[in-house]
Design a protein around this ligand. Structure first.
Ligand SMILES: Nc1nc2c(ncn2[C@@H]2O[C@H](COP(=O)(O)OP(=O)(O)OP(=O)(O)O)[C@@H](O)[C@H]2O)c(=O)[nH]1
Ligand SMILES: [Mg+2]
Ligand SMILES: [Zn+2]
Length: 287
């Protein structure tokens, strides 16, 4: 399944043809079919009909896509302004789905070299793969292409960070709609409207997806949150209490690591604010 547009979808056949299909009745409800889904379809007089969706290996809610191996988290420092909390939120959701994340800092043509490296260094130290690129100048695109090869990926991130522009630069002959930033605060305008899977020339597939400005963490239980921060998960066994949530508990190895600068302060602050949010969801749910 390459693209889902209300009642019509495009399916990539085993021969590499794109076939426009309708959906069987019970597959017409929202979320029943996602880009990336493997499906069984039938052709009736030239018209395709999707009969069945095969079991999914993975599923993301935002962006809505199935069966990807990795999420390419695209962000910028300027135009639009970096939203570090949104970045960490997305990394948490990706970790919770047990998918790999690749961080891509785009628009480095707008930055001094040291600006890019200091931020990426924080994430590389945690163990993430992180690249600095420019879709306009072509900087770093070879490395990015390598990371996408033979994998199924989805581009995710705020609107206007250049996801579609990057993909157009990576895939010869593929022109995706890219948008101008609105002058007000350099915010994106949500140019991409649906998830679309694109075949890569060197093997693999990548999906372009609409940007977002907020992400809820309400599906993640508070107990699982520490595991979604790799630098915390690594140390959690050293806390005094094995159910430590790294907040007010005594003998907490995570808090000690933050004090000593081994865990970035902003990551821990985001952890606490996400934890607070999730607990509010949980309290409301169990009331
Ligand atoms: N300076 C600079 N501008 C870029 C770069 N990449 C993309 N842009 C510009 O940023 C704007 C937004 O790019 P898009 O590719 O539409 O952004 P998007 O992430 O797909 O946005 P949505 O589809 O709304 O989620 C366009 O005006 C692009 O030309 C870059 O590397 N450097
Ligand atoms: Mg786009
Ligand atoms: Zn702890």
């Amino acid at each position: 399944m390459v693209r889902v547009l209300s009642n019509f979808v495009s399916v990539l056949s085993p021969d590499g043809d794109l076939i426009i299909c309708r959906l069987r009745g019970r597959l017409r409800r929202q979320g029943a079919v996602l880009a990336g889904d493997k499906v069984v379809y039938r052709q009736v007089d030239g018209d395709g009909l999707v009969e069945k969706v095969l079991p999914r290996r993975s599923r993301l809610v935002r962006p809505p896509v199935a069966n990807v191996d990795q999420v390419v988290v695209v962000f910028t420092l300027r135009e639009p302004e970096l939203n570090l909390s949104l970045l960490d939120r997305l990394l948490v959701l990706v970790a919770y789905q047990r998918l790999q994340a690749l961080l891509v800092l785009n628009k480095v043509d707008l930055l001094r070299p040291d600006e890019a490296e200091s931020l990426l260094g924080v994430y590389r130290d945690i163990g993430y793969r992180a690249l600095a690129v420019s879709a306009i100048l072509g900087t770093g695109l070879d490395r990015l292409a390598q990371e996408l090869r033979h994998r199924i990926s989805v581009f995710a991130g705020a609107s206007g960070v250049g996801k579609s522009r990057l993909l157009s630069a990576l895939v010869p002959g593929k022109e995706l709609l890219t948008g101008e930033l609105s002058p007000k605060g350099g915010r994106g305008r949500h140019t991409t409207r649906w998830v679309e899977m694109i075949l890569l020339p060197d093997g693999g597939m990548v999906a372009d997806a609409p940007g977002f400005t907020r992400l809820d963490l309400d599906r993640i239980p508070s107990r699982s949150l520490p595991d979604c921060f790799p630098e915390m998960a690594k140390l959690a066994g050293s806390c005094q209490f094995n159910d430590c949530l790294h907040h007010h508990e005594p003998g907490c190895a995570i808090k000690e690591a933050v004090r000593e600068g081994r865990i970035a302060r902003h990551r821990y602050d985001h952890y606490l604010s996400f934890l607070g949010e999730i607990r509010e969801f949980e309290e409301r749910r169990y009331q």
